[in-house]
Design a protein around this ligand. Structure first.
Ligand SMILES: *Cc1c(COP(=O)(O)O)cnc(C)c1O
Length: 375
């Protein structure tokens, strides 16, 4: 028997939508399913305007273009994140400034941000790790004091919230991922959430190769032309059709994932009491979405040994980010603010357990029993 780390969920009705998109006779982007997905996102998050993109990476690149990030601008972000958080800004010649994370939520430590701000700082990019929100009130207050923009990398954050506010709808902009490893997906996909009016027209132009094709389609201009710098960030209708079906099931998917998450949390409580591992900490103001279940082992060798022994038993667990400041490109393009001791410590001890819709309670009990035996 083998338990995979992830198994992308399919509701079973995605193909009906794809056939409908085919019948609609329009397979490029910005058709009916694209609009349906965007309307769903605007309703679900309360953002000013949602735009589907090819990926969260594409949405981050769009946000850098929209905020007119320039060469040598400094962008504050965690080092403990996916490469795209940094790459989107490095593509514009900007400099990622890596700030350490909190030991409890593994999110950017808001208490360290202010000391990292210089007169070159332009943007703070926060990452809501595992669908658990950053301390957004404190971060927004810092941004306001220093005239900075806030982008939420909410790749893992669909259906999660902070003080009742959906993730991605709190900063100036938010980015979501619909990659198959995320809670709701279309294989590869993403969205940009714009929360301040005034960016919509430029965002449409940037997404459509720098042209005003979106206005042309709406009949607002009689031809479309090159208006601005831009790229190809608009997904086709087949992906939107697939994604729209997933969106219909977003609450059910979240509920099923939360059930799995809670089962791990209960089963691993004794091991935490015995000091063998630490379970995730969810602050009271955060409603999370069960994107991930991770454990923190006591040291790196215990983590590596645990992962190897689980694998030998057919259970696939995985580590997470190699801190960006310690990676070759991170050293070349970025700068660490301070020692980043928590980032390095956490990344050496974290282990993520299999979490997907449909994993059985028995499998989870087996995993908990194996962990008890190993530790
Ligand atoms: C998954 C992820 C991304 C990238 O998402 P894509 O849709 O694959 O581009 C970016 N940031 C974080 C924090 C992620 O988890």
């Amino acid at each position: 028997m083998s338990i995979p780390f992830n198994r992308p969920y399919i509701t079973g009705k995605e193909l009906e939508n794809i056939m409908q998109a085919h019948r609609n006779g329009r397979l490029a982007g910005d058709g009916q399913f694209t609009k349906d997905c965007e309307t769903w996102l605007e309703t679900a998050t309360g953002c000013h305007r949602a735009m589907l993109t090819n990926s969260c990476t594409a949405a981050l690149e769009m946000s850098a273009l929209l905020l007119d990030v320039q060469a040598s601008d400094e962008i504050i972000m965690p080092s403990y994140t996916f490469v795209s958080t940094a790459n989107a800004f490095v593509l514009r010649g900007a400099i990622p400034v890596f700030v350490d994370i909190r030991n409890d939520t593994l999110n950017l430590d808001e208490r360290l941000i202010e000391a990292a701000i210089t007169d070159k700082t332009k943007v703070i990019v926060v990452v809501h790790y595992a669908g658990v929100a950053c301390e957004m009130d404190a971060i927004l207050a810092i941004a306001k004091r220093h005239g900075l923009r806030v982008i939420e990398d909410a790749a893992q954050g669909i259906m999660a919230s902070y003080k009742g506010r959906p993730l991605g709808s709190i900063g100036d902009m938010g980015t979501l991922s619909f990659h198959e490893t995320k809670n709701i997906h279309c294989g590869e996909g993403g969205a940009l959430l714009i929360n301040t009016p005034g960016y919509r027209q430029l965002a449409e132009i940037i997404r459509e190769k720098g042209t005003d094709r979106s206005r042309f389609y709406r009949g607002e201009v009689d031809k479309y032309t090159w208006q601005s710098v831009g790229s190809s960030y608009l997904p086709g209708e087949l992906l939107a059709a697939f994604l729209y079906e997933q969106m219909q099931s977003a609450q059910a998917i979240t509920d099923m994932r939360l059930t799995v998450w809670e089962r791990y949390h209960a089963a691993l409580e004794p091991l935490e009491s015995q000091g063998k591992l630490r379970r995730p900490i969810i602050p009271a103001e955060c409603a999370h979405n069960a994107h991930m279940y991770y454990i923190l082992l006591n040291d790196e060798s215990t983590r590596d040994r645990t992962m190897a022994k689980l694998k030998a038993a057919g259970i696939m667990s995985v580590i997470h980010y190699v801190p960006l400041h310690s990676a070759p490109a991170g050293k070349r393009f970025g700068r660490a603010h301070g020692a980043l001791a928590v980032t390095e410590d956490i990344s050496s001890r974290i282990l993520r357990l299999p979490l997907w819709v449909g994993i059985s309670g028995e499998s989870q009990e087996l995993i908990a029993a194996k962990l008890a035996a190993i530790l």
